[in-house]
Design a protein around this ligand. Structure first.
Ligand code: ADP
Ligand code: DP6
Ligand code: CO
Length: 353
């Protein structure tokens, strides 16, 4: 008897230009384009195994060992349905393929880092889910096509199908067919940029990204300004900075965009606070570190960014990482830097194995 099973793993990505806001909540179409770096190494990953079997009664999913309900019409159901339909099309074209698209699937996923704590678990989680199903069904589909499906699980997930520097183009069409991820540059293009993750708090956040951004769309005037007048230019400028390996420009834009994202959260009614006192103190430390660096060399040495949670991600050229870890550990014994301070990212695309 043939066993139809596949495993895939995907890393998280941390945005430099933040996605925050949907123009279509069902299809998950964003109000602005975004750009991120896919982390590498094994610190922050989701690993997902999918199995199709005619003896299963229905599709089921376990997350970190606990069953998660697959709600009809929900995001998990949509992703599974979309991948199955690609398989069905293949089976219709090639009669020699085993007809497994009709079998129910059992899916088991594990995150090796805190789930729903603002470390982008929904990004690695839905990217790994879609990649494992695509491997199970042996789809000849490219990463951008799969990113269209992962996007419908969690917006940020579409960017984790690629390694390196990745843009999610917001698109214009109502059906979402032009809202997918593209690689701006592979990891090898700029290997000198490293990411340091400082876990300030690993508990589940109070406001999920999904509900937080919806509230922002409904209540924030600042978001409208950001969408129309800030992000388009920043997307161009940061893509240019990446292409030119210009860390100074990359760092400036990344910090500005993190600041504006958290300002937009504060402009939401009722306001959302994702950063805490430790997060803000880490910002102050990096600002001071950069001030001294600017005075000495005319160059910035690090960039902070925060997602929807209190945990800091610091991007910096490799030569500065040791110094930054020493600073953080000195001033913030309560923040825990990952054991291997060189929490890198790579250009490897997600692949089933
Ligand atoms: P985060 O900041 O961690 O991305 P979100 O609020 O965006 O937090 O999303 C968290 C949700 O993402 C979880 O409650 C769960 O529904 C989903 N999720 C996280 N990891 C996985 C995974 N490995 N597989 C499937 N879904 C996942
Ligand atoms: C702050 O992708 O988690 O991390 O699409 O509702 O699942 P949903 O939201 P999600 O939002 C991520 C927000 C962010 C910024 C970013 O990753 O671009
Ligand atoms: Co998320």
């Amino acid at each position: 008897m043939t066993v139809y099973q596949a495993t895939a793993s995907a890393p998280v990505n941390i945005a430099c230009i933040k996605y925050w806001g949907k123009r279509d909540t069902k299809l998950i179409l964003p109000t602005n384009s975004s750009l991120s770096v896919t982390l590498d190494q094994d610190h922050l990953r989701s690993t997902t195994t999918s199995r199709a079997d005619p003896s299963f009664e229905k599709d089921r999913l376990w997350l970190n060992g606990e069953e998660d309900e697959i709600k009809e019409g929900g995001r998990l159901a949509t992703c599974i349905k979309e991948v199955k339909s690609l398989r069905r099309q293949l089976e219709e074209k090639d009669a020699s393929l085993p007809k497994i698209s009709g079998y129910p699937v059992h899916i088991s996923s594990h995150n090796n880092f805190p789930t729903a704590a603002g470390l982008a678990s929904s990004a690695s989680g839905f990217a790994a889910l879609v990649a494992s199903l695509a491997a199970l069904y042996q789809l000849p589909t490219d990463a951008s096509r799969l990113s269209l499906i992962a996007r419908q699980g969690s917006g940020s997930a579409c960017r984790s199908l690629f390694g390196g520097f990745v843009a999610w183009q917001m698109g214009e069409k109502a059906d979402g067919s032009d809202s997918y991820a593209v690689q701006v540059a592979p990891r090898e293009h700029w290997p000198d940029v490293h990411a340091l993750i400082c876990v300030v708090n690993d508990e589940k956040k109070g406001t999920s990204s999904t509900s937080g951004m919806q509230r922002t769309v409904e209540t924030s005037a600042l978001l409208q300004h950001r969408i129309a007048h800030v992000v388009p230019e920043r997307m161009r400028a940061i893509s240019d900075a990446i292409k030119a390996r210009d860390f100074d420009a990359f760092a400036r834009i990344t910090m500005q965009d993190s600041n504006q994202f958290h300002a937009v959260c504060l402009d939401t009614d009722p306001p959302i606070f994702y950063m805490n006192d430790v997060s803000r103190a880490i910002i102050a430390l990096i600002v001071e570190y950069n001030r001294v660096a600017l005075a000495n060399s005319g160059k910035l040495k690090a960039a902070y960014t925060y997602d929807a949670g209190p945990n800091a991600v610091i991007y910096a050229p490799k030569e500065n990482i040791k110094e930054i870890v020493e600073l953080i550990v000195k001033y913030f014994p309560q923040a825990q830097a990952f054991k291997d301070p060189f929490a890198l990212f790579s250009g490897k695309d997600v692949q089933g194995k």
